[in-house]
Design a protein around this ligand. Structure first.
Ligand SMILES: Cc1cc2nc3c(=O)[nH]c(=O)nc-3n(C[C@H](O)[C@H](O)[C@H](O)COP(=O)(O)O)c2cc1C
Length: 138
């Protein structure tokens, strides 16, 4: 467990992932980062000794915020959602269903011009924080 980011991921209470869709999935740089979590995978599924304590796992959640360029691409976010769900399993930070997804970015260009989407992302993040705090007994 040497790299500091791996240790950090044992201690987080929540995770917000914000990413574009690339070729119907997670961009390579983010995917490569996720693929460094073999140590979590082995501990959980092979040694039956997860790196995240049951206490932590009980309140951890993951929120996904994602954008895509296309307007009418079928299943555009399916790959990202499936991968983030799998990653959430591996690191014991379960995917939370409050995702915010915005397609048509090739026309929107600047997400900050979509105040409704910005507001939704803020509210979902806030809500997830509230749920985590509640489950931590705070
Ligand atoms: C190589 C590549 C593949 C892409 N694949 C998709 C795709 O499958 N679906 C989609 O909706 N947009 C796709 N896009 C568009 C990006 O999601 C969009 O341009 C996004 O705004 C890029 O985010 P960024 O400006 O933060 O890099 C792709 C863009 C690139 C460069």
């Amino acid at each position: 467990m040497t790299p500091p980011y791996l240790e950090k991921f044992r201690n987080i209470d929540g995770l917000i992932v914000a990413t574009p869709v690339m070729t119907m999935g997670i961009p390579g740089a983010l995917k490569s980062f996720m693929d460094r979590f073999q140590v979590f995978f082995m501990a959980k599924y092979f040694r039956n000794d997860p790196l995240v304590s049951p206490d932590k796992k009980a309140h951890r959640r993951m929120l996904l915020l994602s954008i895509g360029g296309g307007e009418n691409i079928e299943h555009d976010f399916d790959g990202i959602i499936l991968s983030m769900k799998a990653f959430g399993h591996v690191i014991d930070c379960p995917y939370w269903g409050g995702e915010v997804l915005q397609n048509n970015m090739d026309e929107v260009i600047d997400i900050t011009t979509r105040t409704d989407v910005m507001k939704a992302a803020y509210e979902k993040g806030y809500r997830m924080g509230e749920l985590i705090a509640r489950d931590m007994g705070e």
